[in-house]
Design a protein around this ligand. Sequence first.
Ligand code: HEC
Length: 254
Amino acid sequence: MRGMTRAMMWSLVALICFISRPAAGGPQTASGATVDKNCIGGVVVNSNGAKPEAGVWVIAETKLQVPFRKIVVTDDQGRFLVPDLPDGSYELWVRGYGLKDSERVPAARGADKVKIQVANAATPQEAAKIYPASYWTSMIHPPAKEELPAGYASQEQWLAALRGGCNQCHQLGMLATRKHTDVDDWDGIFQRNQGMGQAATRLGKELLEKTLVDWELRMKAGEVPPMPPRPAGIERNFVVSQWDWGTRESFSMM
Ligand code: HEC
């Protein structure tokens, strides 16, 4: 019965892949992918020397009833193909580790030679602006083992509780959590939400505030995390579609 269900699932997957194959007949990119009327294809090059940029994100944006974007990654030769775009007029831009976000380039569906130029980030601090939150939190120095509140057996356990505690509600390491260099600021913030206050108390509030201020002062002085690797291999096969669905009031916690 189990095997049967699995066989049915694979047939369904095969059918979906078959149905969603791109229609033949459109212009072909060098990689053999078809750029039909629903796709936009092209190449990303560095403005300094026209070197192709591999493993960077190309983001195609439009406004349907709500803002809509599709994100793909460039291949070894800097080429990209954004597939299956709904009708609309698009703007494309590029984000990648080591780079400054590119300018936006207008492009129509069916275009197969869109060229997007992108420049290196001027400083390590500028490059780091787009690093994931977890890279920033990797710079937090935990308190010494003997300082930890009762119940924490190791620094790793405290750090895991810190990440887990804050990330229940919002990401530790996102910009809004990286700019408070004063213990009093933190005191005020932790009072703004009961769950947040409780999370801070469990970690030892004073110790937590001291740890966070030390982290933020080092960031303010220019310390940055290591540069994350760019997507490679099958990580470049991802196509991400995003629709905005919230309003300004969607995340109000009374
Ligand atoms: C139970 C949910 C919850 C938890 C857990 C939580 N927070 Fe918050 N946090 C919030 C809410 C809600 C706000 C917005 C409060 C407001 O502005 O009225 C907020 C705001 C903040 C802000 C202010 C952002 C700004 O706009 O400047 C910081 C910084 C922050 N949290 C850090 C933390 C840290 C560090 C932790 C872990 C120790 C944590 N939070 C845990 C819910 C939470």
